[in-house]
Ligand binder design. Structure first.
Ligand SMILES: C[S@@+](CC[C@H](N)C(=O)[O-])C[C@H]1O[C@@H](n2cnc3c(N)ncnc32)[C@H](O)[C@@H]1O
Length: 292
């Protein structure tokens, strides 16, 4: 399935209105403005300037979206107020605040509760989603449940079954590493997170947009699910990583192993797409821009 990697500042892409395609899903995992070390981005912006930038991004995503398309905006919970306001002011209709509960890590904070989840605001262009597949999963039965479920349960707004890629041992093979064993990109999202989002909110042949693409997790999952994808990434090293990840899909990046997690879902084969077609199209690229 076609993908497009744009190695530019997304604000410049927005300024020039360069994206011609209409999109069905936008995933936003921007830098959180928390003084992290990004080679090509100042993660210590003035708060107002940061939210002004995010307003441009959300507004543009809205403009290029089909009616009923979805946006998923991931941020720190302390910014919930700004996220919701930015989405509202750019026209999006709020649907859910998803709690992505971390499995193996928490951030200890003095004088208040430690932080164990990431928030993801889900909104749509217009009140009604054009696509929303009610996925069913069958997580392990909690200790106090006696009766086995017959056909799993619907996914709710609390996602506690998706493991984050921590910096240590738990990140496993999925984490991309430099030769010295260090993580290539500390904010690499887990495939399973994008799998849930893309399966829930798109169909085969739809278009997925990620203006802060990082290592390209969104594109890697979209591609295998036969969705088109457009990723923007400012850092040329990351953009190269995305291309490499898509042209030589690593064993650890294959999503077929997760099919079993959703087998309680009605019409799963139709939602997931044809595996054989995906294999044939592995590595096919429509356009690549490396002009930083
Ligand atoms: C939190 S990371 C995204 C991680 C990604 N979800 C993944 O799975 O790898 C944010 C990314 O946005 C990029 N970025 C920052 N500012 C940008 C901008 N103005 N335009 C495009 N990319 C930008 C950073 O270089 C970084 O790779």
């Amino acid at each position: 399935m076609g993908f497009e990697i744009i190695n530019k500042n997304c604000i410049d892409v927005i300024k020039h209105g360069s994206i011609q395609e209409k999109v069905d899903l936008t995933f936003l995992d921007p830098p959180f403005n928390q003084q992290k070390d990004y080679a090509h981005h100042d993660d210590n912006m003035d708060e107002a300037a940061y939210w002004e930038m995010m307003k441009k991004v959300c507004g543009y995503a809205f403009e290029i979206s089909n009616k009923g398309a979805a946006v998923y905006f991931m941020q720190r919970e302390k910014n919930a107020e700004f996220v919701l306001r930015t989405l509202r002011e750019t026209g999006w209709s709020f649907q859910n605040m998803i709690i992505w509960k971390k499995k193996t890590s928490a951030v200890p904070v003095p004088n208040k509760y430690g932080k164990q989840y990431q928030m993801i605001a889900y909104a749509t262009k217009g009140e009604k989603a054009k696509t929303f597949h009610r996925l069913r999963i069958d997580p392990k039965l909690p200790a106090n449940y006696k009766t086995q479920r017959e056909n799993g349960i619907f996914v709710t707004d609390v996602w506690d079954d998706i493991r984050e890629l921590t910096s240590g041992y738990f990140a496993g093979n999925e984490a991309i590493r430099n030769d010295n064993g260090e993580r290539f990109h500390k904010q690499q999202a887990p495939l399973e997170l994008l799998l849930r989002i893309i399966l829930s909110s798109t169909n085969v042949n739809d278009t997925v947009f990620d203006p802060f693409a990082g290592t390209g997790t969104t594109l890697v999952v979209a591609h295998q699910l036969q969705r088109k994808s457009i990723g923007i990434e400012i850092d040329p090293e990351n953009a190269k990583c995305i291309l490499e990840r898509l042209t030589n899909i690593r064993e650890a990046d294959l999503i077929q192993k997760n099919f079993k997690d959703y087998t309680c879902t009605e019409n799963l084969v139709e939602i997931w797409g044809d595996e054989f077609e995906v294999e044939k199209k592995k590595g096919e690229s429509d356009l690549l821009l490396f002009d930083n």
